[in-house]
Design a protein around this ligand. Structure first.
Ligand code: F6R
Length: 255
């Protein structure tokens, strides 16, 4: 795992977008594994700017998103399908037919999870998987558990995740309580992984993710076992790592 220092959110967004952009240039028909949430918004803005400048062409790219709330339709403004369309897809030249996301409206969880795993496998797997990290160490919606979940599955969201996501909804009661998510096996099958994190509230979990034991109670700790993970995080998110294990972080200014 390489952990790269970014001065602030803008710096991390530019660096992350450049890493994704490099993938698109090196393999124009690559499969981009994408995430929602606050962390990737700046990265998506930078990718849009690169597309507008003519530096990136997404016309042959495929996308596979990590997760979707169960029960929300694609046109619900809180669905992850809507988020991806509004914050990235409608601004670039990706073919919407090449974008994939679990279908939150399929009431048959087992069938939907199987369909999604097959869809990702049919693409040949993910070339670069962008991840955010939850305050509790979740990646996708793989919440802390007794074991690492494998393929795409339906999860009950923890109270901490519902609390964290309530900021996007009018009322906490409106936050869906379940989601379909790629499993740890699917995420770990990506050829490359790019995890981004910003802000002081992520500092404790960033330390556990990178320097703690690999345990399912911190799902993101499994990333220590992947052979091509790049973490780009800002100074605030790296603050505890920089204090306790500075040798793990590249590019930080000398104290
Ligand atoms: C989103 C996702 C989640 C988020 C995580 C961090 O598709 O899978 O794991 O990446 O909850 O969210 P933010 O970036 O809002 O802090």
């Amino acid at each position: 795992m390489r952990i790269l220092y970014a001065a602030d959110y803008n710096d991390l967004s530019r660096k992350a977008a450049n890493l994704i952009g490099a993938q698109v240039i090196m393999k124009p028909d690559c499969v981009l594994g994408l995430a929602t949430g606050s962390s990737p918004l700046g990265t998506y803005k930078c990718l849009i700017e690169a597309y507008e400048k003519g530096d990136l062409d997404f016309s042959r790219c495929f996308a596979a998103n990590l997760d979707e709330y169960r029960g929300l339709t694609k046109d619900n403004d809180q669905s992850y399908a809507y988020f991806m369309y509004e914050n990235l897809f409608k601004h670039i030249n990706i073919d919407m037919a090449n974008t994939n996301i679990p279908d939150g409206t399929n009431p048959d969880a087992e069938a939907e999870c199987k369909r999604y795993d097959e869809a990702v496998a049919a693409l040949g797997g993910v070339d670069i998987q962008l991840l955010g990290i939850g305050n509790n160490g979740h990646i996708g919606f793989n919440e802390p558990a007794d074991e690492f979940p494998t393929g795409t599955h339906c999860v009950d969201l923890t109270d901490s995740t519902i609390d964290a996501n309530a900021r996007f909804f009018a009322r906490r009661e409106d936050v869906p309580t379940q989601a379909y998510t790629m499993g740890i096996k699917t995420i770990m099958s990506a050829k490359k992984i790019l995890l981004i994190a910003s802000g002081e509230n992520k500092a404790p979990i960033m330390y556990e993710m990178a320097a703690g034991p690999v345990v399912p109670s911190v799902p993101a700790s499994i990333l220590q076992m992947h052979n091509d993970v790049t973490v780009v995080a800002d100074a605030a998110a790296l603050s505890i790592l920089l204090e306790k294990a500075p040798e793990l972080v590249e590019g930080a200014p000398k104290a």
